[in-house]
Ligand binder design. Structure first.
Ligand code: R5P
Length: 300
C-alpha cells in the first residue's frame, strides 16, 4: 500500500519530492482557523489503511505543534495504518538535563508528546550531546540522518584550502565527521556560555592555520553568538574571513544580519529550516532514507 504524504504549511516542496518519489502527489486537505483561533481540518481523501507521513520541520515549534498533532489525529481517525512524522529539524533536544533546580527537562516531555501522536520519526542531525541516541529519549522508532556528507561535499566544492573549526567541544562530533569526509584538517575551540546571549570562545594555536580559509561548522545557528564570538577570535588572530556552515538555520531575531555584519565570507546552511542562507539540499537524503524504510517494510 503506497504511503500518503501531507505537507504542513511551509513544507510543500519537501513533501512534494517525497510524494513524487512514491509516484504520488501530496494529499489534499483543508486546514483553517475559526474566528476564535481553533483549527478546522478536513482531509479530502481518507487514508484508508495507508501509511501516512506528515512533513513538518519544527523550528519555532509553538505554533506548529498543535495543528500538526490535530492533522495526525485526523488521519489516524480516518483509518491511516500508521502515522509517521518527517521532521528535518527536531526541536527541544538541547534541554537534555536539569541544569538548575526546578527546571523542566523539556526534551523528555516533548518526546513523550510526539510519541503519543506519531508511530515513527525521521529527522536530520538532532542535537545529540548528553543523549547519545534518539532512543534514549524517544520511545517510538526514531531515525536520525546525518548531513555530514552533504556538508563535506559543499565545502570541497566551494572552499579552497579549508581548515574546519568547531566552536566548542559539543561541535567536535560534527566537525570531525565532516573534516574526515572532506579530507581537511580540523580544530575545536573552547566555549563558555554565561547566558543565552553571553558566550566567550578561546582559540588554541590559531596562527598555525594562517594560510587556510577557516570554515566554522555547527549543527544549530540560533542567536549566532557562538559563531560571532568565534569569528571575532579568528579575525583577531589574522585569519582569512571565515565561511560559516550550519545544519539548522534557526537565526533568532537579528542573528543572521548580526553574523553577516562581522564580515564573514559566506554563510551556508542546509534547508532543514527554510532560510535565505540555504545552500545545501537535504531532500535527497530524506527521499532515499524513506525509500529504504518503505522498501524494508514491504519486504518484511
Ligand atoms: C550547542 O548547544 C549547539 O551545538 C550550538 O553551538 C548552539 O545551539 C548555537 O547557539 P547560538 O547560535 O545561540 O550561539
Amino acid at each position: 500500500m503506497p504511503a500518503t504524504f501531507f505537507a504542513l504549511p511551509g513544507n510543500e516542496a519537501l513533501a512534494g519530492s517525497l510524494a513524487a518519489a512514491h509516484g504520488a502527489e501530496p494529499a489534499r486537505y483543508e486546514m483553517r482557523q475559526f474566528p476564535d483561533g481553533e483549527f478546522y481540518i478536513r482531509i479530502e481523501e481518507p487514508p484508508d489503511d495507508k501509511p501516512v507521513y506528515l512533513v513538518c520541520t519544527l523550528d519555532r515549534p509553538t505554533d506548529k505543534i498543535l495543528p500538526l498533532m490535530l492533522l495526525g489525529a485526523t488521519a489516524r481517525d480516518l483509518g491511516a495504518r500508521a502515522v509517521g512524522l518527517i521532521c528535518p529539524y527536531l526541536p527541544y533536544m538541547r534541554q537534555d538535563k536539569r541544569f538548575h533546580i526546578g527546571e523542566g527537562v523539556t526534551s523528555r516531555y516533548f518526546a513523550a508528546m510526539l510519541g503519543r501522536s506519531f508511530d515513527s520519526l525521521l529527522t536530520i542531525d538532532p542535537h545529540l550531546h548528553r543523549y547519545k541516541a534518539l532512543s534514549e529519549v524517544y520511545d517510538i522508532p526514531a531515525t536520525a540522518l546525518h548531513a555530514a556528507p552533504l556538508l563535506a561535499g559543499w565545502i570541497r566544492d566551494n572552499v579552497r584550502n579549508p581548515v574546519l573549526v568547531g566552536p566548542d567541544s559539543e561541535s567536535a562530533q560534527w566537525v570531525a565527521a565532516v573534516a574526515k569526509l572532506a579530507g581537511t584538517p580540523w580544530i575545536v575551540l573552547e566555549k563558555t556560555r554565561r547566558g543565552d546571549r553571553d558566550v566567550s570562545v578561546s582559540v588554541p594555536d590559531v596562527e598555525k592555520w594562517a594560510s587556510r580559509t577557516p570554515v566554522l561548522v555547527d549543527d544549530i545557528i540560533s542567536t549566532a553568538r557562538t559563531m560571532i564570538e568565534t569569528v571575532g577570535h579568528l579575525q583577531d588572530a589574522g585569519l582569512a574571513p571565515p565561511v560559516c556552515v550550519g545544519v539548522h538555520a534557526l537565526f533568532a531575531g537579528s542573528a543572521y544580519d548580526d553574523l553577516q555584519r562581522t564580515g564573514v565570507a559566506r554563510v551556508a546552511t542546509c534547508n532543514t529550516v527554510i532560510h535565505p542562507s540555504n545552500a545545501i539540499d537535504v531532500t535527497g537524503l530524506l527521499v532515499d532514507a524513506l525509500k529504504r524504510h518503505e522498501g524494508a517494510k514491504a519486504a518484511s
